[in-house]
Design a protein around this ligand. Structure first.
Ligand code: GLA
Length: 379
């Protein structure tokens, strides 16, 4: 009897040791590698390769805080690059439709490129029809960020900082910004934003990756879910009218996972204005500022699944309507119409001119905080 017990204990101990050795062998080491990525305006910029314990790889440059590549396996374990981008920094400098970039000081549009704070009117760059878009002529997608490598309990990452001077692109106040990108060992790309100002200003920071979970082709088969019962309809220039409209019975209802292509070409005034989807959805939240699921995206062919969680009140879904097959990206890949989509967590567009929308004003002594998590898995 005693012998049997000893034997049993030996067998169990051996199995446990084998299992732990095996899991160590398959769970790789996390790492950050830095390499030169060329120069911008005579200044060197770098490309950082973050690898998590499960072999997920994110490449990020400190030029524009751009995620240039995100490698993650399909349901058969084959790694694929699921974001659009370029192989070299010169292409990003020459012609970047915001691929992978950090966006600010104000992500999305401000109507007529003007807003008023405490009775003073501020004029911004007119770079999108009669409006301003994504921070102006030289937004945060075009600046060189200071970078520091991070090793956290959750995973490896990068800390980007930038001091946006008072008056830059017309915005008031020196804005001190920190953005942390963390590639967690739970297979998430987590983005944490912080900002403080020395003068009252407006802030709306976001991230502009173009996702294609299939790694090529269009995104029309992707199944999208948006946790939003309402969206903000727009005028011809894509400025919200101020109305919050129910998605019920419209092509904007993504409360259940739906193929993006299913209704995109319907005869609908809002779809016409956007040339497809290019709108802001108001997220269903129990409380403002709480972290909650905003969106999920599934590619049935590869099995790749992405969920987006955020503390922000809204999300802009843009279906790549301006991609027209004229851009040749990474590995010589041509990007056709609607071959990438953006899910930009943010405040509503034109909030500085819409007092009824959640405020984007940042006061001195207060901190802007925003966290967004992209969680990857396969189904
Ligand atoms: C945002 C806008 C779109 C477009 C893209 C970049 O998502 O809402 O209209 O400008 O950026 O091309």
């Amino acid at each position: 009897m005693f012998r049997k017990k000893i034997n049993f204990i030996i067998v169990v101990a051996t199995v446990i040791t084998c299992l732990s050795l095996f899991s160590k062998a398959i769970a790789g080491e996390e790492s950050v590698r830095k390499e030169p990525f060329g120069t911008v305006g005579g200044k060197p910029v770098n490309l950082y390769t973050l690898t998590n314990k499960n072999g997920l790889v994110a490449k990020i440059t400190n030029y524009g805080g751009i995620v240039t590549s995100l490698m993650f396996p399909d349901r058969n374990g084959n790694l694929g690059d699921i974001v659009l981008g370029y192989d070299n920094v010169d292409s990003y400098v020459k012609n970047n439709p915001y691929f992978g970039a950090l966006i600010g000081r104000y992500g999305n549009r401000i109507g007529k490129a003007k807003f008023t704070l405490d009775g003073k009117e501020y004029s911004l760059a007119v770079n999108n029809g009669e409006n301003t878009l994504h921070g102006g002529l030289k937004g945060y997608d075009k600046v060189i960020w200071n970078a520091k490598e991070l090793k956290t309990k959750e995973g490896v990452g990068l800390e980007f900082t930038y001091l946006s001077p008072d008056g830059e692109e017309g915005y008031p106040g020196n804005l001190s910004i920190k953005v942390d990108y963390i590639l967690t060992n739970r297979n998430e790309l987590k983005i944490d934003y912080f900002a403080t100002t020395d003068k009252k200003t407006v802030v709306n920071l976001t991230h502009h990756s173009y996702f294609n979970l299939a790694g090529g082709g269009t995104i029309l088969d992707h199944r999208l879910m948006l946790k939003a019962n309402k969206f903000t309809p727009v005028d011809k220039g894509l400025i919200p009218t101020g109305e919050l409209r129910s998605v019920k019975g419209t092509p904007f209802d993504f409360t259940k996972p739906t193929a993006i292509g299913a209704r995109i070409d319907q005869d609908d005034e809002q779809l016409r204005f956007g040339g497809g989807y290019d709108h802001n959805w108001v997220l269903n939240k129990s409380r403002s500022g709480v972290m909650s699921l905003a969106a999920s995206l599934y590619d049935p062919k590869s099995g790749r699944f992405m969920e987006i969680l955020t503390t922000e009140p809204a999300i802009q879904f843009y279906s790549g309507n301006f991609l027209d097959g004229t851009i040749t990206g990474k590995r010589g890949q041509v990007y056709p119409y609607r071959s990438g989509l953006c899910l930009e967590t943010q405040h509503y567009p034109d909030s500085p001119n819409k007092p009824q929308f959640p405020s984007t004003v940042l006061n001195p002594g207060k901190e802007y905080r925003h966290t967004t998590i992209h969680k990857f898995s396969v189904k």
